[in-house]
Design a protein. Sequence first.
Length: 170
Amino acid sequence: MVEACIAMGSNLGARRALLRGALAEMRVLGRLRAVSPLYETEPVGLREQPAFLNAAALVGTGLGARELLGRLLEIEARHGRVRGEKDGPRTLDLDLLFYGGELIREPGLEVPHPRLHERRFVLAPMAAVAPGWRHPRLGKTVAEMLEGLKGAAGVVEVESAGWAADLLNP
């Protein structure tokens, strides 16, 4: 079983309910081990859109990285995700941040996520579920990458990890 970390985001519709629904579906991908608090974050890229709710989940899975990504994309689609404008609004966004300690670069699959080290809205939730995970290319832990980012604006914890504790696998 491999530990994978999934970033979760939503800025359209019933954001919290969409994230909980995605977590419920992710339970069949393996063992849902941890879920971060919820963070409200400012949009990156296209700024004229609603704020996001972001979280991260740690999953122990027997699926390969490509199959895991495919299943995450299916969950997005079932929750109304329509891919349109880059960095645009979305009902649900699920990104595979890491898959064990593997470095994967294939068409349509890059793990660790290529921009995770630049994004506080990814690193803050990730630090709650995997603070000691070490980036295989950069050699830094999640906590170190988060500490290295400038400024704290735009990412605010709005609910403790208890928002989804009932969804964790026993």
